[in-house]
Structure formats: C-alpha cells, structure tokens
Design a protein around this ligand. Structure first.
Ligand SMILES: Cc1cc2nc3c(=O)[nH]c(=O)nc-3n(C[C@H](O)[C@H](O)[C@H](O)COP(=O)(O)O)c2cc1C
Length: 201
C-alpha cells in the first residue's frame, strides 16, 4: 500500500524580507484534500473568529451557509461551482458560502464586500491555527446560489452570495488531474513589497 504524500507546507512558503507570523506565512490554498473531517468545534471556532472581525459602523454585513461533506447543504453549494472547482472541492470537509449584506434598510452598503473579506480572513486564520486549510473560490454561479438559498428576497432581502471557502485537511496531490497537480506544487508568487508600498516615510 502506498503512503499518502502531502505537499511540504514549508516548501510552499513565499520568501519574505522580514519574519511574518507562522499563521500567515504557513497559509496556502490547497486543492487536494484528504478524507479527514473537521470537528464541529474547529469549524465553530472559525465562524466565531469571523464574527469578531471589524466592519464599517460595526455593521457586520457577513452571513454564512455552512455545508459539511455528506450533507445536503454541501451538495447544494457544490452544485453551483464551476466545473473546474467542483472537480477538486467535492473532496473537501466543508464548504462555506460567504454572503454579503449589500443593501440594508433600503440603502446600499458599498463596504460590505470589504468587511466580508476581513471576516473570511479571520475564519481562514483561525482554521489554520488548527492545521485546517482553506481555499477561496469565486468560480461559482452567484445568482444560482442566491436562488438556491433564497438570498435577495423576503427575510433575506439585501443578501448576495459572493464566494465559497473550501475547507479541509490537505491531501495527496496525486489525486488531482495533471494540470491541477502542477498548480498544487508550483512556487507561490507575490509582487515585491516595494511595488506595493507606493509612498512611505
Ligand atoms: C476572491 C478569490 C477568488 C478565488 N477564486 C478561485 C477559484 O475560483 N478557483 C481556484 O482554484 N482558486 C481560486 N482562488 C485562489 C487563488 O488563486 C489563490 O489564493 C492565489 O493563487 C494565491 O495562492 P495562495 O492562496 O496559496 O497564497 C481565489 C482566491 C480569492 C481570494
């Protein structure tokens, strides 16, 4: 029997000019997931971390629909991913649909997506602290997801599906097709810091 090979997380690290905390430096977005489950407590801690995120006027314009592999909600989210994402995300332990409150009390909330992103990053880092990986995807059909879960109408008026967080324990890249496997192990690239900081004193 062959042993499962997981990607060496250390080798996936992006070199940095200054030391960065492990939680951030050690995060990356896998597409190969093992069949390990993620405990209720770990997932709940991730959602609690999202809850604590900052937001404009403390409006907290984030909502989550949580599906666990084997469950009906998981399958309903999975059905509306683009085929490429379906191909690998079906093996994940959980799929979280990230929903923004883009309109409240008849007023547009232009910062809702910004706030949702902050909340999702808190979820990601809390999970990472338990060695559970996440992968953001926008390759979804947001309108179909809105219809699937009744977002944007009735009690859920003003809510809109934005992204999905794919969650699980990293698995063996051998389970991926050749093209996806290559991306799984390719070096992670980032712009240099001096291109990002436009002005500083
Ligand atoms: C908003 C957003 C949408 C993304 N959509 C997809 C997607 O649909 N499919 C996919 O395979 N990866 C997707 N990604 C993952 C990115 O490709 C990945 O984060 C990026 O290449 C950096 O890699 P890293 O997360 O390992 O640092 C998305 C990431 C973000 C933040």
């Amino acid at each position: 029997m062959s042993e499962q090979q997981t990607v060496d997380a250390g080798a996936r690290r992006v070199p940095t000019s200054e030391p960065v905390i492990d939680l951030i430096a050690g995060r990356w977005s896998p597409r190969a997931f093992s069949d390990a489950t993620v405990s209720d407590a770990t997932l709940a801690a991730g959602l609690e971390a999202a809850r604590l995120a900052p937001s404009a006027y403390n409006s907290q314009p984030w909502r989550f629909i949580v599906g666990r592999r084997g469950g009906h909600v998981f399958d309903r989210i999975l059905a509306h991913l683009i085929p490429f994402n379906q191909g690998w995300a079906r093996d994940a332990a959980a799929l979280v649909l990230n929903v923004a409150v883009i309109e409240a009390d008849g007023r547009k909330a232009p910062l809702a997506l910004y706030d949702l992103g902050l909340a999702v990053q808190s979820l990601v880092l809390q999970l990472q602290a338990s060695d559970v990986a996440s992968h953001q995807i926008s390759g979804i059909d947001p309108d179909a997801l809105d219809s699937e879960f009744g977002l944007g109408a009735g009690e859920l008026a003003g809510l809109h599906a934005v992204t999905v967080t794919v969650i699980g324990v990293p698995g063996d890249p051998a389970q991926l097709d050749a093209g996806t496997r290559e991306r799984e192990t390719a070096p992670r690239e980032r712009l240099p810091l001096d291109e990002l900081v436009l002005l500083a004193d």
